[in-house]
Design a protein around this ligand. Structure first.
Ligand code: 7TS
Length: 415
C-alpha cells in the first residue's frame, strides 16, 4: 500500500506489538511459528480476547428485548460497537452500519436485497477479473434468477485493473459495480476513487469489497463516496463470525429486508408485518454481540498503533520480501501491481504450491497455497495455484528470512 511515511523497523516497536499476540509464541513442529497467512485470517491480540471475555463474563444476555440490567448492558455493548465502527469508517450515521457474519454475507445481502429486486433481463452487474469468489458467485446467483448479465473488467499481466476498459464497460444497462478494494490473490490495490467517480458519473452505485483493505489502510467511506463497503473482523485482528456492511442510508432505506425473523420487525400479525428501522431491518435473529465487542476492541487496538504507521511498516516488509524472494531461482511472483498491499503470491518451478506449503509447515511457517478463492485469477495467469505469504504488522524481516531460506531449501530438494 503506498505509504507517505517510511517507518524503519527501529521506529516501529514490532517486538512490543508481537507480545500482544499470545499465539505468536506457539511452536509448530518444534519451531517458532512464522505466521504468514494473515490474508486468510489474522491473529487476535490480548486486548480483543479480553474484551470478548469481559463481555461474556459481565454483560451477556440477549439484546434489544429485555428490561433487565444484563440485557441493557449487552445492548449498550453491541450498539457501542456499532458506533465504534461508524467512527472507524467515518460513516454519517450508525443506521448505515449493518452487522453481518462477514464480508461474504454482506455482499450476499446487497445481491439479494439491493440488486435482485431491481434487475431485469439484460441488465448488467460489472465486476473485475480479480475478485474473490465472494464477490462473483452472489452476482452469478442473482443474474441467474433475474436474467441479468455479469460483465467482467479485464486486468493486465501485473494484476492491475485496466481502468480504461473498465470505463468502457460502464453502460446504459449497468446497474451496479462491485469490486475489491484490495485483491486477496495478488495484493493489487484498486483505484477505487476513480472507479467510484466513473460509475457515479453514470449514476451507478458501487460496492467495495474491503476484506483485504481494512487491516492495511484507513478507510473513509465518505471520502471514497462508495455506496456499499463490506469487510470481516477476522482479517483485522478481530473475531470470526462478525463483519460489516456499510450502506448509504438512502439506498438501505429503500431496500427490502432479506432475512425475516426476530429483531427486524416492529410488529407482526397474520395480516401483515411492519419492518424495523435501520439498521435492525437487516439484522434478523440474535446477532453476534461478543463478536461485535471484539471487533470494536480490534479497531481500538489498530487505532492505538495507527493505520498510517501500520501501512508504512508493512510496505517495508513487502519490499523486503519482494526483493529477497526475487533472488530464488525459478521463483515467479504472480501479481506485481505498482500499488500493492503486503502480500506476495508466487510459483516455484518444479515444486507444486501444495507441496511447498507442506514443507514450509515443517519449518513452522504458515502460508496459504491454492487458488485463494479466486479461480479466474489463476486461470488468467495460467497457473493452477500459487503460494501466498500475507503479512501483518507483527511480522518481521527475520521471519521473511526464515521464509526465503525454507523456500530456497525446498527448491534444492525438488529441483
Ligand atoms: N473478499 C475478499 C477480498 C477476501 O479476501 C475474502 C476472504 C472474502 C471476500 C471473504 O471473506 P469472509 O470473511 O466472508 O470469508 N479471503 C480469504 C483468503 O484470501 N484466504 O482465505 C480467505
Amino acid at each position: 500500500m503506498s505509504a507517505q511515511i517510511r517507518a524503519t523497523p527501529a521506529e516501529f516497536d514490532v517486538a512490543r506489538y508481537r507480545a500482544d499476540f499470545p499465539i505468536l509464541a506457539e511452536r509448530i513442529h518444534g519451531k517458532p511459528l512464522v505466521y504468514l497467512d494473515n490474508g486468510a485470517s489474522s491473529q487476535r491480540p490480548t486486548a480483543v480476547l479480553d474484551a470478548e471475555r469481559r463481555y461474556a463474563e459481565h454483560m451477556h444476555a440477549n439484546v434489544h428485548r429485555g428490561v433487565h440490567t444484563l440485557s441493557q448492558r449487552a445492548t449498550d455493548a453491541f450498539e457501542g460497537a456499532r458506533e465504534r465502527v461508524r467512527v472507524f469508517l467515518n460513516a454519517r450515521s450508525s443506521r448505515e452500519i449493518i452487522f453481518t457474519r462477514g464480508t461474504t454475507e454482506a455482499i450476499n445481502l446487497v445481491a439479494q436485497s439491493y440488486a435482485r429486486p431491481k434487475l431485469a433481463p439484460g441488465d448488467e452487474i460489472l465486476i473485475t477479473w480479480l475478485e474473490h469468489h465472494a464477490n462473483i458467485v452472489p452476482w452469478q446467483m442473482v443474474a441467474a434468477a433475474t436474467g441479468a448479465k455479469l460483465v467482467v473488467a479485464p486486468i493486465n499481466r501485473r494484476g492491475e485493473l485496466e481502468l480504461e476498459a473498465f470505463a468502457r464497460l460502464l453502460g446504459e444497462r449497468t446497474r451496479l459495480v462491485a469490486t475489491a478494494h484490495v485483491s486477496n490473490a495478488l495484493g493489487t490495490v484498486l483505484p477505487v476513487k476513480e472507479i467510484v467517480a466513473l460509475a457515479h458519473a453514470r449514476n451507478i452505485p458501487v460496492l467495495l469489497d474491503g476484506a483485504q483493505a481494512v487491516p492495511h489502510t484507513a478507510v473513509d467511506v465518505r471520502a471514497l463516496d462508495c455506496d456499499f463497503y463490506a469487510f470481516s473482523a477476522h482479517k483485522m485482528y478481530g473475531p470470526t463470525g462478525i463483519g460489516v456492511l456499510y450502506g448509504r442510508e438512502s439506498l438501505l432505506e429503500a431496500m427490502p429486508p432479506w432475512q425475516g425473523g426476530g429483531d427486524m420487525i416492529l410488529s407482526v400479525s397474520f395480516t401483515g408485518t411492519t419492518y424495523n428501522e435501520l439498521p435492525h431491518k437487516f439484522e434478523a435473529g440474535t446477532p453476534h454481540m461478543g463478536g461485535a465487542v471484539g471487533l470494536a476492541a480490534a479497531i481500538d487496538y489498530i487505532d492505538g498503533i495507527g493505520l498510517e504507521r501500520i501501512a508504512a511498516y508493512e510496505h517495508g516488509l513487502l519490499e523486503y520480501a519482494t526483493e529477497r524472494l526475487g533472488t530464488i531461482e525459478g521463483l515467479e511472483l504472480v501479481g506485481t501491481a505498482r500499488d500493492k498491499a503486503s502480500l506476495v503470491s508466487f510459483t516455484l518451478k518444479g515444486v507444486h504450491p501444495h507441496d511447498l506449503g507442506t514443507i514450509l509447515d515443517q519449518s513452522g511457517i504458515a502460508i496459504r497455497t491454492g487458488h485463494h478463492c479466486a479461480m479466474p485469477v489463476m486461470e488468467y495467469f495460467g497457473v493452477p495455484a500459487t503460494a501466498r505469504a500475507s503479512f501483518a504488522f507483527y511480522n518481521t524481516r527475520a521471519e521473511i528470512d526464515v521464509l526465503v531460506e525454507a523456500v530456497a531449501a525446498a527448491k534444492t530438494l525438488f529441483g
